[in-house]
Design a protein around this ligand. Structure first.
Ligand SMILES: [Zn+2]
Length: 347
């Protein structure tokens, strides 16, 4: 994607998030460089220059802006919080109180703010839900309710029953017919992704800033008639391993089982997407041709747009007939990065 100076200046002026990761702006008068979305006052056009990576800005002597921190992944999970998440994942019965956080050198307020921002709930609420998820699975396997309550760190059966009812709307004893979909945040070099899985496979993998995310989650909950709850799922392990290898350029296709949610037509279109080889692209027209319905270009494009399993169902490999990068749910800059990543390995 070759952008003109004017386009980049305008995008920067508009603080347009679509251009995050596409270019960086150096300010000649101050010697600092910024992301397009920086909230600092924008300088006059004659005082700026643009870079397509942070390295060349630094090589030219620019320092990173303190406001927009262009060298930090804006959405990355801090290591200290990742440790908490890992420990909880290992042992859902753990309970971190404010005092425990302080002992680890963490500010409870900061942790609370991070969880509110990224999970829409406090850390305490998060732990509660995580625990309940794990308890739910044990109950489904036929474990005794009291054992499950105690194993998961509840001090009383009534406390467990109340928490359980709050989330599932039924008591633990009556939960056999209830279903859940597990949800997990996964960090990638292109930002945080949200994964959802059932026992059959991954049903969602989306960048956490995708606008359609809440709608997709609602769709999934409705389809499975289930609650979506933060928790572990064996498919997440495979997914994380394969995603990591993919981003390192070591994996060309995925083996993790999928459980896509969509109409028969959409599933057919997504199947075609999965046949587009790594490092190559096809147009919507070609995709419609493969479907055997050359006139269905628009329907194919729509179905691509409704794909909820990014990267693995590679809708980023479909581009406009004239080679342009058309829309992408995760932002055009990510589509560009994914295609660049795949090309770098093959050629
Ligand atoms: Zn800045």
């Amino acid at each position: 994607m070759n952008l003109s100076f004017d386009q980049m200046y305008q995008a920067s002026f508009d603080k347009n998030p679509d251009f995050e990761g596409v270019f960086w702006m150096g300010v000649k008068t101050t010697g600092i460089f910024c992301r397009p979305t920086c909230t600092a006052r924008k300088p006059k056009p004659e005082n700026v220059e643009f870079f397509d990576n942070t390295k060349s800005a630094i090589l030219k002597g620019y320092r990173p802006c303190k406001v927009c921190k262009p060298l930090e992944n804006p959405d990355e999970t801090p290591a200290s919080i990742q440790e908490l998440l890992d420990e909880l994942s290992e042992n859902p019965g753990l309970k971190f109180k404010d005092y425990d956080l302080v002992k680890r050198g963490l500010e409870p307020v900061t942790v609370r703010r991070w969880f509110l921002k990224h999970h829409g709930m406090t850390f305490h609420a998060f732990q509660r839900i995580f625990k309940i998820n794990s308890a739910f699975k044990k109950l489904q396997q036929g474990d005794n309710v009291l054992d499950v309550a105690l194993d998961n760190g509840y001090e009383s059966l009534s406390g467990f029953t109340d928490s359980f009812k709050n989330i599932f709307g039924v008591s633990p004893k009556n939960s056999k017919s209830e279903k859940i979909v597990d949800l997990k945040r996964i960090e990638t070099p292109l930002g945080t992704m949200i994964a959802c899985a059932t026992e059959n496979g991954i049903c969602m993998l989306e960048f956490s800033d995708r606008k359609a995310l809440p709608t997709e989650l609602k769709d999934i909950a409705k389809h499975f008639n289930a609650n979506i709850v933060q928790g572990d799922n064996p498919h997440f392990k495979t997914l994380e391993k394969e995603l990591k290898e993919y981003f390192e350029g070591k994996r060309l296709d995925f083996t993790v089982p999928l459980a896509p949610v969509g109409t028969d037509f959409q599933k057919k279109v997504w199947e075609i997407l999965r046949t587009i080889p790594y490092g190559t692209t096809k147009s919507y027209q070609q995709q419609a041709d493969i479907l055997g319905n050359p006139k269905a270009v628009r329907a194919v494009a729509n179905a691509n747009g409704l794909n909820k399993i990014s990267i693995i169902i590679p809708c980023h490999r479909v581009i406009g007939t004239n080679g342009t990068l058309t829309g992408y749910g995760g932002g055009i800059w990510r589509k560009q990065k994914l295609l660049e990543l795949e090309k770098a390995i093959l050629f």
